[in-house]
Write a protein that binds this ligand. Structure first.
Ligand SMILES: *[C@@H]1O[C@H](CO)[C@@H](O)[C@H](O)[C@H]1NC(C)=O
Length: 452
């Protein structure tokens, strides 16, 4: 037992994270008598720990799927109480609590309040209540989480209902807010953002909005990541200081305000529903692209190209784009790609992740899949100097595309081709493929390199 404690002790003094599973599980699964014997030692260990990480999955779920017994849950809660009591009021920097099985939300609220009062800068909660009295009901987060003068980073994850008392929000130092799979009312969310003068980074992942019209409005926000955004009617951004923007989700019927004129990079990953044939649904998506038109570095993923093909005639000129990344797949068409390239008059770097795509009659212009009049026209006008191709598999179809790009891009100086990570080295390394690369290098004025 002592050696167990001592090895944890060594770890505690070397690493930034505290209460590693070995230590927590050891102490919670042994009898109280044992703990009291070691209490003095334990006190010394825990009292000055500046970062507390408590994860119940280590010792509450020895066998997956098995119901956790009431007394085990009780002992977990007692354990947390004991740790917090041992620490007293000593300063705490970070508190991270992951628990799947807390029955007593009053105690949970108590823990949160007590750590927030200790100069905390980083609070990370991941809480799933299995024992909810009403099925489907969410844990109502303690409003105390939004009243802390020292908090810099707040992360709230999973099945939590964030209901805010607007008048009580006081987080003057908060720089980073992460909301994952939580329930939020759009109006309260807007009020919250306005009450955060220092906010720089916001992550909204799988948020369950209690309404259909959402506005992200913050004068200070620099980095915004929205993941899996579903079922909204309107989505607005009033974020004039935004620098980095990542957005994935279903296309919203309207984007009334998109104020992000200082963007440096944007990554747009729009999804289509299977029955989303109706082009009318996307008639306003151009507003989103209009709002980000000054961005120098743009990435368009998966369905976004298809969405743009519907409104490509409405595409605005991206005068500032220097770097464009396109990610596609076997089942996606490239209809919009010619229009996009024509609308980027200052493009310098084109990155393509996966050049194998679904051949349609409208993509022939850029890819040469189909022979047609005016072949390669969009490429001939494109000023790209550097091209990077990722996910190369060594097929003849890809080789033909590469040749096509080399033939038609007039300013191309560098082409870097990267093999797919789980590549088939035999196929890639065949003499034939290597010979073709050598030949392309000789025939064009561009430096073509293959990275296997
Ligand atoms: C463009 O932005 C992406 C992130 O979206 C980043 O990974 C990439 O390095 C940036 N490219 C350039 C040329 O700045």
């Amino acid at each position: 037992i002592l050696s167990d404690i001592l090895s944890s002790y060594t770890y505690l003094h070397n690493g930034p994270r505290l209460l590693e599973p070995s230590l927590t599980s050891f102490l919670t699964t042994k009898e109280a008598a044992l703990t009291s014997i070691l209490a003095k030692r334990w006190r010394n260990l825990v009292a000055f720990v500046p970062c507390l990480t408590i994860d119940d999955s280590v010792f509450l779920h020895p066998e997956k799927g098995k119901q956790v017994k009431e007394d085990v849950k009780q002992s977990f809660m007692d354990f947390v109480d004991r740790v917090l009591a041992l620490q007293g009021n000593s300063p705490l920097k970070k508190f991270s609590l992951k628990c799947d099985t807390v029955a007593d939300t009053d105690r949970l609220d108590g823990w949160i309040s007590s750590v927030l009062a200790r100069g905390l800068s980083d609070l990370d909660l991941k809480i799933i209540l299995h024992n909810r009295k009403i099925p489907g009901d969410h844990y109502q987060l303690s409003p105390k989480c939004f009243e802390c003068s020292t908090l810099v980073s707040l992360s709230i994850d999973s099945w939590i209902d964030v209901t805010l008392a607007a008048a009580r929000i006081f987080l003057p130092m908060l720089k980073k807010l992460v909301l994952v799979w939580v329930k939020v009312c759009p109006d309260e969310f807007e009020t919250l953002l306005h009450a955060l003068p220092s906010l720089e980074e916001l992550v909204l992942a799988r948020v369950i909005w209690k309404g259909t019209d959402v506005t992200v409005s913050s004068a200070s926000l620099k980095t915004l990541t929205i993941m899996f955004c579903f079922w909204l009617n309107t989505l607005s951004f009033d974020t004039p200081s935004l620098v980095h923007f990542k957005y994935s989700g279903l296309v919203a019927p309207d984007y009334p305000v998109v104020n992000m004129g200082n963007l440096v990079d944007a990554q747009i990953d729009l999804f289509l529903r299977d029955n989303d044939e109706d082009a009318h649904r996307y008639s306003k998506v151009w507003k989103l692209f209009h709002g980000i038109r000054n961005v120098p570095n743009l990435s368009l993923f998966t369905d976004t190209l298809e969405v743009l093909s519907v409104c490509s005639e409405l595409m605005r000129v991206f005068n500032n784009i220097k770097s464009l990344t396109i990610k596609s797949g076997n089942d996606l068409g490239w209809q919009a790609t010619p229009a996009i390239l024509r609308n980027c008059p200052h493009l310098e770097t084109l990155v393509i992740k996966g050049i194998v795509h679904h051949v349609t009659d409208k993509c022939g212009d850029i890819c040469g899949c189909i022979s047609r009049e005016g072949k390669g026209l969009s490429l001939k006008l494109c000023p790209v100097k550097v091209m990077k191709i990722h996910g190369f598999q060594g097929t003849m179809q890809e080789m033909a595309m590469i040749k096509h790009f080399l033939e038609y891009l007039p300013c191309l100086k560098e082409m870097e081709v990267y093999a797919e990570e789980n590549n088939n080295p035999i196929q890639l390394g065949t003499k034939h493929v290597l010979e073709m690369f050598e030949l392309y290098n000789k025939l064009s004025s561009c430096n073509v390199q293959l990275f296997i």
